[in-house]
Design a protein around this ligand. Sequence first.
Ligand code: HEM
Ligand SMILES: N=C(Nc1cccc(CNC[C@@H]2CCCN2)c1)c1cccs1
Length: 359
Amino acid sequence: MFDVLLKEAEDFIRSCYGELNKTEQEIETRIEEITKKVQSEGFYEHTAEELEYGAKVAWRNSNRCIGRLFWDSLNVIDKRYVNKEEEIAEALFEHIETATNYGRIRPTITIFPQKKDYHSVRIWNHQIIRYAGYETEQGVIGDSDSVSFTETCIKLGWEPKYGKFDVLPLVIQINDHQPRLFEIPANLVLEVPIRHPQYEWFSDLQLKWYAVPIISSMSLEIGGITYTAAPFNGWYMGTEIGARNLADESRYNMLPQIGSLMGLDISTNISLWKDRALLELNAAVLHSYKEDGVSIVDHHTAAQQFKKFEEIEIDKGRQVTGNWAWLIPPLAPATTHIYHKPYKNEIKKPNYFYQPNPY
Ligand code: HEM
Ligand SMILES: N=C(Nc1cccc(CNC[C@@H]2CCCN2)c1)c1cccs1
């Protein structure tokens, strides 16, 4: 029994302690200690060092991530001792504040308690900061990606405001207890109004987006232990906002309005009006974040940083794995080196994984 957990734990300790240049003796002692713990309690706990290293390497192993160059600088916050919803909400407010850092975003992860079976925490939000979506007769108001979660929040007692950019509440659940809702203090949520460097009329569209993407729906697996609440943030790559969130027909669908306001003929494909509108929307996003001093990376720079990551990994004797379809940016993909080479999509651990929606 528990031989899978033991195997994963041993593999993790050997690779982790090996990279941290620990002695063979330290490795054997730690494996023995874990073995005894698992055999008697069916579980074991990571040291702070193992937790930090595990979270960083999980980022390094994230095949779909173009931002991995900075994996070793992840700021790891250990909150495995909190055990009330209020304390978890407080820790999440601290995460927002320290990660935002007045715009100079710090890639950060906060790790909540995970014990065998009981005492597991789930954050029901997809991202800590995200806009609500409301299904109405006139169509969707806000972010259509959030319609289902917004309905869940309303069922749990949240007051809908039917705006285009309403920040959703935190929904925190411990074990199978009733989930608790917490409004995020507005002063913690840094947002960027989108304006264009040349087109004065662009600000009349009254578009904005939040500064810090904090993924809270994925789990973190380290040495056989799965942390079901381990929200992590980086900074945005501009295309995520400009080529998907504000552009997709099934999201904020801004291209027709932008194309018309640019005076393009949006009745025919051959004018490439969608491509021209996309370009200006992405230029506006990068310009606005930069002017407000909020960290963001353009897809060309991100690809160059990823190239550097590949070179360092090869130099360290580690194979770079990746998911090509996710690594290429949605704008000008063939102008990046990524487009012109294959990547092995082998799943290594530690890593971040999807987990079933708790609602
Ligand atoms: C520091 C700046 C970072 C940038 C610019 C960046 C960029 C990206 C982008 C553009 C994607 C694709 C997302 C999509 O298409 O929806 C992605 C995916 C991902 N990133 Fe990063 N990232 C950064 C930091 C991080 C950090 C700190 C972590 C974790 C500690 C991380 C873990 C991941 C994971 C797990 C995915 C795949 C998500 C999925 O499968 O849905 N990234 N990243
Ligand atoms: N820049 C970021 N973007 C990002 C990273 C991981 C996951 C996501 C959200 N991806 C899900 C969406 C919805 C389907 C396809 N993309 C965004 C980061 C978010 C958190 C750390 S970095």
